[in-house]
Design a protein around this ligand. Structure first.
Ligand SMILES: Cc1ncc(COP(=O)(O)O)c(C=O)c1O
Length: 372
């Protein structure tokens, strides 16, 4: 075992995909978002689980991820949500990836590359309806459609936008999301009126899939829900379990200062457990004096400042603990557990970030399991 193990339960990911599919009408397909190492879960393995359960499309960020999926044998459409650097246009064409475009430079670069390769390529045009990130303005739409039509090598395969607050549960956010959906509907109408029939029309992320059924169109793009990290959606479960082991146990006297910055002073004689994980392995310093881990089926508090590669535990609850015992950072052990939602709360962040940090840690030894 390395410093830390990351175990992913493929059967849970499969169930999560099925839970998403059960919300969709028959005319809506799934683009499973497996970018960034499937949010730390392992891109190729997760893509296999999702496609075997019926995801018709995959979505990644940049071309290198698409190439990795092609080399692993995935024939499905692969959408490049993040885009591509112009010099990589030929890779996009040769690997039959589906780029998201929202500017004339990208469209022209793809057309030139397709022409050089003697190929045709479908592109997805992205419109900004209020996310304020990638996407053309609604006033640029007509020009970009004309631009795509002017290149015989290109066709409009998809039309998309992205929501910024679909996961926020308050009235203002719901109103904003409704406005984005209305704007997107009018974009879809305009594109149709202009004579285009894109096969894939998509705006719904996980939260919209769960709570805005009218957002589904012909394709949805679930990410976080597939990994069990969408708050309030109990049908999907967490599949990632992160563990390490006690590397040392020591007694310290009442009044001893514990770790950097002396942020914790022992209130009594204490038994400290030492775990070789820390912010270098994705267990961030913000967890200092806030978090819990699980040892011998009981939750024990993190005490003192989390270091680069060492974290300290108060073993008061488990005096029988021994060096080498498994310590669970996230996931379950016996009756006890720590959820991704708790860790996100300790850090004042979102579940996405916790999965990415721990799951993609270069120090993790990865294991994929598929219990029957
Ligand atoms: C363009 C786009 N679509 C879909 C997703 C998936 O979002 P979520 O994980 O909230 O379902 C993302 C994730 O960041 C994204 O950037």
């Amino acid at each position: 075992m390395g410093w830390m193990s990351v175990e992913v339960d493929g059967s849970i990911l499969r169930n999560n995909l099925r839970a998403v599919k059960s919300l969709l009408s028959p005319g809506t397909a799934v683009a499973a978002v497996v970018k960034s190492g499937a949010y730390g879960h392992g891109m190729v393995e997760a893509a296999r689980a999702f496609t075997e359960e019926g995801a018709e499309v995959l979505a990644v960020s940049m071309p290198n991820e698409g190439v990795e999926l092609r080399e692993a044998g995935f024939p499905q459409p692969i959408i490049l949500l993040g885009g591509f650097f112009l010099e990589d246009a030929e890779v996009v064409v040769k690997q039959r990836l589906s780029p998201v475009v929202s500017c004339s430079e990208a469209i022209d670069a793809l057309a030139r590359a397709a022409s050089r390769c003697g190929e045709r390529l479908g592109v997805h045009l992205k419109v900004d309806t209020g996310m304020g990130r990638r996407g053309c303005g609604e006033d640029e739409l007509r020009d970009l459609l004309d631009r795509i039509s002017s290149h015989p090598e290109l066709s409009l395969e998809g039309l998309l936008s992205h929501l910024s607050v679909a996961d926020v549960d308050d009235e203002e956010a719901r109103e904003y999301t409704q406005q984005q959906l209305i704007r997107f509907n009018s974009v879809v109408e305009m594109v149709k009126r202009a004579g285009f029939r894109p096969r894939w029309v998509h705006i719904a992320n996980s939260a919209a899939i769960a709570w805005y059924p009218k957002s589904h169109h012909t394709l949805v793009r679930p990410g976080i829900v597939l990994y069990g990290g969408l708050k309030g959606f109990e049908e999907a479960k967490e599949a990632m379990r992160v563990a390490s082991r006690l590397v040392e146990i020591r007694q310290v006297k009442k009044g001893s200062c514990i770790s950097y910055g002396r942020t914790f002073v022992a209130p009594r004689d204490m038994l400290l457990g030492i775990v070789p994980v820390g912010y270098a392995t994705g267990y961030l310093r913000g967890i200092s004096n806030k978090g819990f881990m699980v040892v011998r089926g009981r939750r024990v508090p993190v005490v003192g400042t989390v270091c680069m590669d060492l974290t300290l535990l108060d073993l008061f609850q488990v005096p029988e603990a021994e060096i080498g015992d498994e310590v669970v950072l996230m996931g379950r052990q016996g009756e006890a557990g720590v959820s991704v939602f708790e860790i996100a709360e300790w850090l004042g962040t979102i579940t996405y970030e916790v999965f990415c940090l721990l799951g993609n840690s270069v120090f993790a030894e990865r294991r994929w399991i598929e219990p029957a």
